[in-house]
Design a protein around this ligand. Structure first.
Ligand SMILES: Nc1ncnc2c1ncn2[C@@H]1O[C@H](COP(=O)(O)OP(=O)(O)OP(=O)(O)O)[C@@H](O)[C@H]1O
Length: 320
């Protein structure tokens, strides 16, 4: 659906986005994750046509964005970080105005506004002036204007920013529903947000894409955690079909319980069944060597641990 190749954006001498490439297919929910200033908004503005890239190319449905910008924009809905809503207008008047900006007129505009109000559950606030709405409801108005024209691609810049926990839950529910009919790209600096909503994460750091990973892959383990009575000095180094059964993975000891981390050699995306098979072999080997086994589990990976790992190794992954 959307492909960016070697995308860069400079503000003067400052490089805000540096040589970023990825592609996103139909129906994905992708989280653009990064600290403040990582370049998320800049990427979103380029994808939506609000900002010219300094270098690189954007493709929308196999067509270069520059060749048919109006065609691409007609299929993209955008919730900017700071939505320019008009405080004195009612929700209905504002959405009708936004529909006209999308070239929807008369009965088409009214039908589009009705649908957007229904999908964002704004029925109770239709006649309320926007300045009287809570932050959560204002965000919903922002999402409503983004979906008026039934876009195929929704780009949402920090959709839960500033919301309380209940409003955040409601917004997550809304985004999951919207994702049934559109590809969704949302930015956030909150890792749990990506875990809760997204299929895939694009992690940005200082303008660079440092990780592109499916969440389902992310949660697959790449190491076993073992707790045993066996001290490193007694540990006999061997290799069990891919596991380096080596004492140098010793994590520590307390009350005679030694903890080890056994990474699966060479496999980044290992399956649960592989972990189970290896766990059985490790258990057998420890028992054969006369050790007590107190614990044996696949290491649980989450975005937070991966973020630490990636920052430690400076590993760059551009799996498209
Ligand atoms: N118009 C501009 N002129 C100069 N520098 C800019 C401009 N817009 C953004 N920047 C800089 O580019 C970098 C990336 O900004 P961007 O807004 O894309 O980051 P972000 O990841 O969206 O951050 P945040 O989470 O704070 O919104 C930042 O260092 C920012 O200060």
């Amino acid at each position: 659906m959307i492909k960016v190749e070697h995308l860069s954006r400079r503000y003067g001498d400052f490089v805000a986005v540096n040589d970023v490439s990825f592609q996103i297919g139909h129906g994905e929910i992708v989280g653009l994750l990064g600290h403040n200033g990582a370049g998320k908004t800049t990427i979103m503005k380029m994808i939506t046509g609000y900002l010219e890239p300094s270098d690189g190319q954007i493709w929308f449905n196999q067509q270069a964005f520059d060749d048919a910008p109006d065609h691409a924009k007609a299929q993209i809905g955008y919730l900017p970080e700071n939505l320019p809503v008009y405080p004195d207008l009612t929700v209905a008047d504002y959405l009708l105005y936004a529909a006209r900006l999308r070239h929807l007129e008369g009965a088409d505009a009214i039908a589009a506004v009705r649908r957007a109000i229904r999908d964002t559950e704004l029925e109770d606030k239709v006649l309320a002036p926007i300045h009287t709405l809570s932050r959560g409801y204002k965000q919903r108005v922002g999402v409503a204007q983004a979906i008026l024209h039934n876009p195929k691609l929704l780009i949402l810049d920090e959709p839960t920013n500033g919301l309380d926990p209940q409003q955040t839950q409601a917004m997550r529910h809304l985004l999951k529903n919207l994702a049934k009919n559109a590809t969704v790209v949302l930015s956030t600096h909150i890792m749990q947000e990506v875990e809760a909503i997204c299929d895939r994460v694009l992690m940005m750091r200082r303008g660079e894409l440092i990780l592109d990973e499916q969440l389902s892959h992310l949660h697959q383990s790449t190491a076993l955690l073992v707790t045993t009575s066996m001290a490193p000095a007694q540990w006999q180094q061997q290799t069990l079909s891919g596991v380096q059964f080596a004492a140098d993975q010793h994590l520590g000891e307390s009350n005679g319980h030694h903890r080890y981390r056994l990474p699966f050699a060479g496999t980044h995306h290992s399956s649960i069944s592989q972990a189970e098979g290896l766990a059985a072999q490790v258990a057998q080997r420890l028992v054969e060597q006369g050790a007590a086994l107190y614990g044996l589990t696949p290491e649980r990976r989450d975005l937070e641990s991966l973020f630490r790992e990636v920052n430690k190794t400076e590993e760059v992954s551009h799996a498209a």
